[in-house]
Structure formats: structure tokens, C-alpha cells
Design a binder for this molecule. Structure first.
Ligand SMILES: C[S@@+](CC[C@H](N)C(=O)[O-])C[C@H]1O[C@@H](n2cnc3c(N)ncnc32)[C@H](O)[C@@H]1O
Length: 259
């Protein structure tokens, strides 16, 4: 027997009872997304069982774009808008840009939309992420590659990359247990875990960036306010003069460096 149609007020009540803070807004989005009452019931059950809203809907709005989100793939956060904001002015027509640890490819998609002449590579170690990134960036002309950090890039790009943007995992392993369940339970561990001090992936990517950056090329890495001095020290150790930029509005921190 198919489920009974669910009235929107009922949806709001069920979402609220499940602890959704913005129950009215979420109900509106779920009602709009559902094609049939059975569909709506399925979406409400998914959301009330704790799946992140964006994974239920299959999309998130990021810097004005609708980005496709797949199950287990990291949901782009609003704070990562700072990475985009700092990267965009550094990009020249025809530049080679790498969105490292790309997840859905949201950062690269926004940069490519702003400058369609880019050669954009989006790299992630998780094949689910690169499958999702491909859907977001291939229609814009970008390329999604699966592998560890810079390893899957074409060797011909060694020393020719103008800009690397990276929101690599930076949560210290022990802190994952204190993250909201939506992240902890529904995003891949590899998307969150930055090792004992949260800086392990950053260390490896900054160390490798020098081989790939063109002279004058830029590296931009999202980090936390508390970790920023350490991220900056890693940049300095590898010959990149660091600059820490913080946005209070977005609660976001980015370290930039030039080769
Ligand atoms: C915090 S998420 C950020 C995703 C995306 N950049 C964003 O801001 O929405 C980190 C991403 O890094 C990827 N990742 C982790 N270790 C990696 C590695 N060694 N090489 C490439 N990607 C990696 C994860 O699979 C995950 O998609």
C-alpha cells in the first residue's frame, strides 16, 4: 500500500520533532522536491533519520550555484566561500587551476563559471567524490581525477599550475567524535580526518605543491582559525610566504602563499 499524502504542516512537525532547527524552510524544500506523496514521505523519512538535508535533496547552493551532492560526499560549507573569494581575483584567462581534495567540485565549479577559459582539474581520493565532481564540472569543461593529492594530474602540468585551491580534511582525529551527527555519520571519514593534529593532509599537499606550481603561482588552503599559525608555518617551511586571511562573517580562514 502506498503511503498517505503528507500535509506540509505535518512535515514541519515531524522535522521539528526530529530536531531540525529550520523545520519550516526544510519542509518547503522537501515539498518542492517531491514529485509524489510517496516521494515526499521517502524524503521526510530520510531527513528525520538524520541524513543531511543536502544529501536528501541532492543539491546545495554554494556561491550562487546549485551544486549536485551525492551520498557520503562532503557537503560544501558556506565558509568555503572565502576560498573562492580569495582565489577568483588571482585567476587570469587560460590559467591552469587545480581544485585539490575537491569533494563535489564546488570550488572549481564556481571558479570555472567565473572564468570559463580555465583549464580546471578537480582531484579527490574518493571515487564517489570524483563521480559527483564530474557531474558538476564536466558540463563546464572541467576534468575530475581520482587519486592521492597531485598524483593523478597529467605530468605535463608539472611546474605549470597557476593556482591550487584546497579544502583538505583538517579535523583532528579525536575531534571527529564531537562533530554533529550529520557530518560524523553521513560524510566519508576520509573527508574529515586530518590526522592527530588535523594537519597531516595539509603538510603533504603543501610539500608537493612546489613541484606543480608555475613561478608566481598561488596556493590557497582553507584551515581553522586555531590551526592557521601552524598551516602558515608549513607554507613558510616550503618556501611559500604565508598570508592568513580570516572572515568573521563566514567564520572562515584561508592561508595563501605564492611560489
Ligand atoms: C573537507 S572535504 C572538502 C571537499 C571540497 N573541497 C569542499 O570544500 O566542499 C575534503 C575532501 O578531501 C578528500 N581527500 C582526503 N584525502 C585526500 C587525498 N590524500 N587526496 C585527495 N583527496 C583527498 C576527501 O575525499 C574529501 O572529499
Amino acid at each position: 500500500m502506498s503511503p498517505q499524502p503528507v500535509a506540509p504542516s505535518e512535515v514541519v512537525d515531524r522535522l521539528r520533532a526530529a530536531g531540525c532547527v529550520f523545520a519550516e524552510d526544510e519542509a518547503r524544500l522537501l515539498v518542492t522536491a517531491a514529485v509524489t506523496p510517496a516521494d515526499l514521505e521517502r524524503l521526510v523519512v530520510q531527513r528525520t533519520s538524520g541524513l543531511p538535508l543536502e544529501q536528501v535533496l541532492g543539491w546545495v547552493e554554494f556561491c550562487g550555484l546549485r551544486i549536485i551532492v551525492k551520498p557520503r560526499v562532503f557537503v560544501p560549507r558556506r565558509r568555503t566561500g572565502l576560498l573562492v573569494k580569495r582565489a577568483a581575483p588571482l585567476i587570469r584567462p587560460g590559467a591552469v587551476v587545480v581544485d585539490l581534495c575537491c569533494g563535489t567540485g564546488a570550488v572549481g565549479a564556481v571558479l570555472l563559471t567565473g572564468e570559463p577559459t580555465l583549464t580546471l582539474y578537480a582531484v579527490d581520493i574518493d571515487p564517489s567524490a570524483t563521480a559527483c565532481a564530474k557531474e558538476n564540472i564536466a558540463p563546464l569543461g572541467g576534468t575530475a581525477l581520482t587519486g592521492d593529492l597531485f598524483a593523478p594530474l597529467p605530468p605535463g602540468q608539472l611546474g605549470r599550475v597557476d593556482l591550487v585551491v584546497a579544502n583538505a580534511p583538517y579535523v583532528p582525529t579525536d575531534a571527529i567524535a564531537r562533530m554533529p551527527p550529520e557530518a560524523r555519520l553521513h560524510e566519508a571519514r576520509v573527508a574529515l580526518d586530518g590526522g592527530p593534529d588535523g594537519l597531516e593532509v595539509q603538510r603533504r599537499l603543501v610539500a608537493a605543491a612546489g613541484d606543480w606550481l608555475a613561478p608566481g603561482g598561488h596556493l590557497l588552503v582553507e584551515t581553522s582559525a586555531g590551526q592557521a599559525p601552524h598551516t602558515a608555518a608549513i607554507f613558510a617551511r616550503h618556501g611559500l610566504t604565508p598570508r592568513v586571511v580570516h572572515s568573521r562573517k563566514l567564520d572562515a580562514t584561508v592561508v595563501t602563499g605564492t611560489a
